[in-house]
Design a protein around this ligand. Structure first.
Ligand SMILES: NC(=O)c1ccc[n+]([C@@H]2O[C@H](COP(=O)([O-])OP(=O)(O)OC[C@H]3O[C@@H](n4cnc5c(N)ncnc54)[C@H](OP(=O)(O)O)[C@@H]3O)[C@@H](O)[C@H]2O)c1
Length: 272
């Protein structure tokens, strides 16, 4: 994976949570901190990134764009027009631009950066922080640019390529936002445990390990989630009592609507 990035300067426009997750992955994969250059408006973020990861930082995004062989766009979708407009024509001619911004299309990115720029869209998620992310990638650029993007995001976990850019909205709703759904479930389970009289620390520990164990089973076993669920659910038992309430209260519809809302929001962000 490192071969595709050999000798490359890897730049970031925006040094927030997602940039940090990717930087951590790159360093774990053996990329030298001096090869990473971050453009970030907040001085305290710049200082934190310099101190934690020994990467170079600046507030001058154009300097980053001009120096980068791979340029990650990691500002919020609402900030992207302002961040990219000054970068028109600034990127190196053979640069690979990788955008993680939700909802922002390749066409829009080319509008800001120039028609000839090689663009890869990426939708990572925050488990990238510990190398357990999954990133969907889309690009109409050539194999060399794709390999660079895959090397960067592959340092953060699994990578999957898609052929239809439209699918990015659904992917954002499933895996981009998905960790938050599980974290909400964790919060609710902990709170319910406490209401039943468990000590907060005990409820916390039980829930974290239960979700981790269940997630591992889901990945390791080649069985449908419904089959794994059935294995926990004996007729007339405790799990059946719980699941009955969740179905009666409309959890399946709520989940469907929630994920549809996230996909719709992704579309909306792209249309502004
Ligand atoms: N977090 C996730 O789970 C996740 C998952 C997949 C994709 N993404 C995508 O990742 C992107 C970044 O998200 P994030 O969660 O990392 O956001 P974030 O933590 O807010 O990071 C963005 C950073 O960029 C800074 N910034 C704003 N305008 C800038 C500019 N013109 N030049 C340089 N820096 C600028 C922001 O400063 P201020 O705070 O002062 O604005 C902030 O520090 C988004 O487009 C999002 O769609 C995020």
């Amino acid at each position: 994976m490192k071969e595709a990035l050999h000798g490359c300067t890897i730049g970031f426009v925006g040094g927030g949570a997602m940039a940090e997750a990717i930087i951590a992955g790159l360093l774990r994969a053996g990329i030298a901190p001096e090869a990473i250059f971050v453009g970030e408006v907040r001085s305290e973020r710049r200082k934190a990134l310099e101190q934690s990861y020994r990467v170079r930082t600046t507030e001058d995004n154009a300097a980053v764009a001009a120096a980068s062989d791979v340029l990650l766009i990691a500002v919020k979708p609402q900030q992207i027009a302002k961040a990219l407009a000054p970068l028109f024509g600034v990127c190196k001619p053979d640069a690979t631009v990788v955008s993680v911004a939700a909802g922002i299309s390749t066409a829009k990115l080319r509008g800001w950066l120039g028609e000839k720029v090689a663009i890869v869209r990426a939708m990572p998620n925050t488990p990238a922080l510990i190398g357990e992310g999954i990133t969907a990638l889309y690009s109409d650029a050539d194999a060399g640019h794709r390999a660079r993007a895959e090397a960067v995001l592959g340092a953060c976990g699994e990578v999957v390529w898609i052929e239809d850019e439209e699918e990015m909205h659904a992917i954002t709703a499933i895996s981009g936002s998905g960790p938050a759904y599980l974290f909400l479930l964790a919060e609710l389970m902990m709170r319910a445990g406490e209401r039943l009289g468990l000590d907060a620390a005990l409820a916390d520990r039980l829930v974290r390990r239960t979700l981790l164990g269940a997630a591992r089973l889901l990945v390791v076993r080649d069985e449908a989630p419904s089959a794994l669920r059935a294995q926990v659910t004996s007729p007339g038992g405790t799990t059946e009592a719980a699941l009955g309430v969740l179905f009666d209260r409309g959890l399946p519809e709520a989940m469907r609507e929630a994920i549809a809302a996230a996909a719709a929001r992704s579309r909306e962000l792209g249309e502004r």
